[in-house]
Design a protein around this ligand. Structure first.
Ligand code: PGA
Length: 219
């Protein structure tokens, strides 16, 4: 991988882990990996603080799966950037599940990115194809074609790389493009050896610490 930074991001979604939280954190934080690899875990909001404290000092970073488009105030159910920043460094924005099931629009996603940046959170902005608009202020994009999410059928490394290249060419501030969609320990290497892919966003295979560790080890 040379000197380029590789991000391995666990997206736990609203799913359950296969082990206790303590066990997941213990096993994953015990893995040795190259210095150019950054591991980030994105649990649900109720567990952010717990993961942050279990992983303190391990080098593993914590991220939220979403952020309010608003400042603090009367927005029942929302968690704002100022609150998230107390416990996390990253935030996933624009996942296709948010767009599909929660009707999130390009406009609202732009506001979320602005809030993340205002409070010093690093957005990991998900796009579904090379045409998805990327708001200003995004440095990390995750290319996640909908057909590949949770299906067991990933995109090809070649197509993912071509899409990553296009995203970088067309969006000036984007420095890193991750691939997401049915990533596992067996296929991760194929994606990461591509010139324009700088990491992976992992859903299903991140729920089991051993499966996630296989991804980190093969990165
Ligand atoms: P998957 O999900 O790894 O289960 O396909 C990826 C994602 O939606 O972030």
């Amino acid at each position: 991988m040379g000197g380029k930074e590789t991000l391995i991001v666990a997206n736990h979604k609203s799913s359950g882990l296969t082990t206790s939280i303590e066990e997941w954190a213990r096993q994953v934080s015990a893995v040795e990996h190259g210095q150019n690899i950054t591991v980030i875990v994105c649990p649900d909001f109720t567990l952010l603080e717990r993961f942050a404290s279990l992983l303190a000092g391990s080098g593993i970073k914590v991220g939220a799966q979403d952020i309010s488009p608003f400042e603090k105030g009367a927005y029942t159910g929302e968690v704002n950037g100022e609150q998230i920043k107390r416990v996390a460094d990253y935030v996933v924005i624009g996942h296709s599940e948010r767009r599909t099931y929660f009707a999130e629009t390009d406009k609202v996603l732009e506001q979320k990115v602005a809030m993340a940046n205002k409070y010093g959170l690093i957005p990991i902005f998900c796009v579904q194809n090379g045409e998805t608009p990327v708001p200003k202020g995004v440095g990390i994009v995750a290319y996640e074609p909908v057909f590949a999410i949770g299906s067991g059928t990933p995109d090809t490394p070649e197509n993912a790389n071509a899409t990553a290249k296009k995203i970088k060419e067309e969006n000036g501030g984007v420095e890193n493009v991750l691939y997401g969609g049915s990533v596992n320990g067996d296929n991760v290497g194929g994606f990461l050896q591509m010139s324009d892919i700088g990491g992976v966003l992992v859903g299903g295979a991140s729920l089991d610490p051993q499966k996630f560790i296989a991804i980190i080890k093969n990165a």
